[in-house]
Ligand binder design. Structure first.
Ligand code: SF4
Length: 481
């Protein structure tokens, strides 16, 4: 990707080195979108170039200079694009690049995608002369056109008027939904290639994003169709085909081609990934996932909480932000997983670990949102914060509804019983193994220690408010006796 020069008229620097720059609350002039206000970004393909006023930015609502310092505002960015090589499939691809290119703007933080966008403008940027969102829009359009030459004409409408954002958001949600539905008819076994995406490696260098028909990107912004279109039109860009190779494990979704891509993309950090597994060789997670999953060893089940959830705490005592901290960073973390909302609709949804039969808890707003993806027989068996606020309440609930985890989960796809259930566990598991499975601190080390140690993954221990006295501490190099 070529270096992009800041235009002389912009009062801010534009450079890829600002990608990943964070604007903290203390240094923030205003916040747009995020969890407090509605927001979205949308790219629309216009087949008739005459209908695009190239380079024009329209603003509906208050501009930066009219905003109160420290204020929170709604925000929508709608781009219309045309070009001979363009097609509708590329809308989502171009839309996802908004995150990348706006990240080049100094003092402007852009996070997430679709209706989850979260933007902050820094006080420093305003001090240096950033007065108008039109300046941001013009800079963004010039970046898009410089980096993606197949965009011949582009115009933008930015909206900060909250009522208009809410109204337009409904239309945007219908467009996102139509894109997602299209992907649901195609499956991993129907194609010869998957696609990699390295867009988030700027802040999560070992992240390995693999997009398949049955596993939409964890950011939710790239389906297999979108990735294919991106690879075709921008072969030097972040999306490239991964030949599937041989299928090593059809249930876990492990392919030789994906494993080779994992080695390459993570610079050797990971050598294998099971696309449809939660606990063994899981997919890595950068920071953009729409939903974070967490294993709860006490009940041998899995919980899910979404970004922007109204639920302040999961039953492991942590909010989304803290769970997300354990999931993200481009790591393969056993016991935690970041996914896109669409993955709940996949027939291969964590099928290696029992799929929906292993799900014990969901934030109520998430459960409601993906209600039509949950198998009928599981709907009443999955707790929300209304049934269980902590692990004790969760255990009581699961027993009362006779959730599959209580007596052991049988994997639907091959009929294999993959967990023993609680009763058997209590009877048969040796005391030492039980002790090892006890969390170090409620919610902070929820994966059994034996599993973590066996995985060979780096081990991170966090002690909260702890008084520790150590008689002797021995640290050895790996392999040293
Ligand atoms: S989360 Fe993955 S698919 Fe989405 S933009 Fe980042 S690297 Fe690409």
């Amino acid at each position: 990707m070529g270096e992009t020069e800041a235009k002389a008229e912009f009062p801010f620097d534009i450079n890829p080195m600002y990608e990943g720059e964070r604007v903290r609350k203390s240094g923030m002039y205003v916040e747009l979108g995020g969890v407090n206000k509605p927001g979205f970004e949308l790219v629309l393909f216009e087949p008739d170039p005459a209908k695009i006023n190239d380079g024009e930015v329209t603003l509906i609502g208050p501009d930066i200079e009219d905003m109160e310092e420290g204020g929170l505002y709604a925000y929508a960015m709608i781009y219309r694009v045309s070009g001979e090589e363009l097609e509708k499939d590329l809308e989502a691809v171009i839309e996802r690049r908004d995150h990348e290119y706006q990240g080049y703007i100094q003092g402007y933080m852009h996070l997430n995608q679709r209706a989850e966008i979260w933007v902050r403008i820094s006080k420093d940027a305003v001090k240096k002369g950033l007065k108008s969102l039109k300046q941001i829009g013009e800079a963004t359009i010039s970046l898009f056109k410089a980096e993606l030459p197949f965009i011949e004409k582009m115009e933008a409408t930015y909206i900060t008027d909250e009522e208009t954002v809410i109204q337009k958001l409904e239309e945007a949600n219908q467009i996102y939904e139509a894109r997602d539905v299209r992907s649901r008819g195609l499956h991993d076994e129907d194609v010869d290639e998957f696609y990699q995406c390295s867009l988030c490696q700027s802040f999560a260098p070992t992240n390995v994003c693999v997009v398949t028909p049955d596993r939409t990107a964890l950011c939710g912004a790239m389906s297999w169709f979108d990735s294919r279109a991106a690879a075709r039109v921008d072969p030097e860009g972040p999306n490239a085909a991964i030949p599937k190779g041989e299928c090593i494990d059809p249930i876990g979704g492990e392919y030789t081609g994906v494993n080779e891509a994992a080695v390459k993309l993570s610079s050797g950090e990971y050598d294998s990934i099971k696309l449809h597994s939660f606990l063994e060789k899981p997919h890595t997670s950068c920071g953009c996932f729409e939903v974070a999953g967490f294993y709860i060893p006490e009940v041998d089940g899995i919980g899910w909480v979404n970004r922007g959830s109204k639920v302040s705490e999961t039953p492991i005592g942590l909010p989304f932000s803290t769970v997300a901290g354990s999931v993200g960073g481009g790591k393969q973390v056993r016991g935690f997983l970041g996914i896109g909302i669409q993955y709940f609709y996949s027939p291969k949804f964590i099928q290696y670990d029992g799929g929906w039969r292993r799900v014990v808890w969901m934030a109520s707003d998430l459960k409601e949102r993906v209600g039509d993806a949950i198998p009928e027989e599981m709907k009443d068996l999955i707790a929300t914060e209304e049934n269980a606020k902590d692990i004790e309440e969760l255990s009581v609930f699961l027993e009362s509804v006779n959730h599959p985890v209580v007596n052991g989960v049988t994997r639907e796809v091959d009929g294999t019983k993959i967990t023993e259930g609680w009763t058997k566990k209590e009877e048969e598991v040796a005391p030492a193994a039980v002790a090892a499975a006890v969390p170090v601190d409620k919610g902070l080390a929820q994966v059994p220690m034996t599993q973590v140690m066996a995985s060979g993954a780096p081990l991170k221990l966090i002690f909260k408010d702890a008084n520790i006295s150590i008689g002797k501490l021995i640290i050895k190099r790996k392999g040293e006796k």
